[in-house]
Structure formats: C-alpha cells, structure tokens
Design a protein around this ligand. Structure first.
Ligand code: NDP
Length: 242
C-alpha cells in the first residue's frame, strides 16, 4: 500500500521536527514545511528522511503553491499538522498592530489557509486527519501574549467547528495543547522567568518535543478514528482544563 502523506508545518525545528521524525517512523511520507532557516531544514531532511518545503503558512497563495508542489511530488495530503507558530510578545498597552497582525496571520490564519487548500481532497477521498497545535496559553491566557493567546484559543474553536463539518466525511480534526516544551521558543525566555515557570509545573520539568509528537502520532493513527473535535492537553498538570 502506498504511504499516506503528512504535511507538518514548521516541521523542521522544535516540536515540529519531532512530529516529522515520529511520523516518518510510523510509515508516513512526510513533507516538513519551514519559513527560512535553510540550515535546520537541510539537517532535518538528511537526518530524518523527509522532504522539506519552504513557504510562508500565513500567505494563502504561497500555501497554494506549496500544497500543489507537495501533492505533485508525494501524493495527496491525508494528514495535516498545523504546527508552525511564532510569538511577538508585549503587554497590550505596548503591543503594535504589526505584532498583533503577524501572530494572528502565522498562528491562526495559517490553519484556514492549509485546511481550505486540502479539505476538498480529504472530503473526496473520505479520509483525513487534521491536527492543530495550540498552546496552554490559548487555554488559560498569558500576560504579554494577548495576540498569541487569542490565536491559540482561536485554533481550539476552529477545530471544534471543522470537526463537526467534517465528521461524516471520515475526517477527524483535533487540537493538541502543549505546556512548556524544551525548544528554542522556550529557551528564549529569560532564565529567572523560566525558573518560575518550571516551579509552576507539578511534574517538575519542561515537556519534551517527543511527548507532543506522540500525541500527534496517536491522533494521526487509525486507532483515533472516533476521536474528533477533541482538545488533547499535555502540560505536566500545569493547567487542568475542565
Ligand atoms: P520553533 O520556534 O522551535 O519552530 C518553529 C517552526 O515553525 C520552524 O520550523 C519555523 O521555520 C516554522 N515557522 C515559523 N514561522 C513560519 C511561517 N510563517 N511559515 C512557515 N513556517 C514557519 O517552535 P516550537 O517547536 O517551539 O513550537 C511549535 C508549535 O508549538 C508552535 O505553534 C507553538 O506556538 C506551539 N507551542 C510551543 C510550546 C513550547 O513550549 N515550545 C508550548 C505550546 C505550544 P524556520 O526554521 O524556517 O524559522
């Protein structure tokens, strides 16, 4: 049987790279997307054995070209992992419109772009797996992140709506909310702040990218066929959503 194709946005670094690696191991043909870090992308391609594709997930036309290229080279996209994300932190009274717009564009509009471009094919084939990567801060809010918290909370609502629209077509749509994970995004947090964050995680450590990849692997698998519209939380008990 030919391999199913998975597109992992932001799939060349951090959590995304761990997801790409895991999905390759689970037998998928993986297209790992990235924005501009060619070195990380080349390392990812050679070390993991996936193909890498550079396009801006916040730009609809660039996504259309990227999806067309992936489908021509690897076949129809059956698994879509909307993982790419950025932060542009500032408290609201200091936040610029650019900081707001950029985070909404890359972290939320990207999910519309890529779902819109792949959903018709999934509906026609009667199979699909959409997995959105949100954040603990989309569930509980975070000082300095009204843009990021809004985008990540938006992904949760997006997931619930699209899951209902797609359920009869064999497409599941779920969202994973990681807590603080040991990646470059978190390494950029000042040391004192990070110490405070870890003190607030009952498990007593940061999460590992592989632990989020395992959640995604489950949601991508045939075993998860009855799970749709769900919010899967992996945060070491830092925030327990009702
Ligand atoms: P990283 O900063 O380590 O990696 C980000 C990845 O996204 C890179 O591959 C980057 O490409 C890509 N990317 C960024 N902007 C774009 C864009 N406009 N178009 C295409 N690709 C883009 O992020 P993390 O691994 O830390 O985070 C991954 C996801 O998990 C994000 O959505 C984040 O919000 C979420 N998350 C992370 C947590 C954490 O603790 N790290 C906690 C909760 C959620 P390039 O290498 O070219 O720059």
């Amino acid at each position: 049987m030919p391999k199913k194709t998975a597109l992992v946005t932001g799939g060349t670094r951090g959590i995304g790279r761990a997801i790409s690696e895991r999905l390759v191991r689970d037998g998928f043909a993986v297209a790992a997307n990235f924005a501009g870090n060619e070195q990380a992308a080349a390392a990812c391609a050679s070390e993991i054995g996936c193909k890498v594709y550079k396009f801006d997930v916040g730009d609809y036309d660039a996504c259309a070209a990227g999806v067309a290229q992936i489908q021509a080279e690897l076949g129809p996209i059956d698994i879509l992992v909307n993982n790419a994300g950025i932060t542009r932190d500032a408290v609201l009274h200091r936040m610029t419109r650019e900081q707001w717009d950029e985070v909404i564009r890359v972290d939320l509009t990207s999910a519309f772009n890529l779902c819109r471009l792949t959903i018709d094919g999934m509906r026609e084939r009667g199979f699909g797996r959409v997995i959105n990567i949100s954040s603990i801060n989309g569930q509980k809010g975070q000082i300095g992140q009204v843009n990021y918290s809004a985008a990540k909370a938006g992904l949760i609502g997006f997931t619930k709506a699209l899951a209902q629209e797609s359920a009869k077509k064999g497409i599941t749509v779920n969202v994973v909310c990681p807590g603080y994970i040991d990646t470059e995004m978190v390494a950029a947090v000042p040391e004192k702040v990070l110490e405070g964050i870890i003190a607030g995680i009952p498990v007593g450590r940061l999460g590992r990218a592989e632990e989020i990849a395992a959640c995604v692997a489950f949601l991508a698998s045939d075993d998860a066929a009855f799970m749709t519209g769900a919010t899967l939380t992996a945060n070491g008990a830092q925030y327990i959503a009702g």
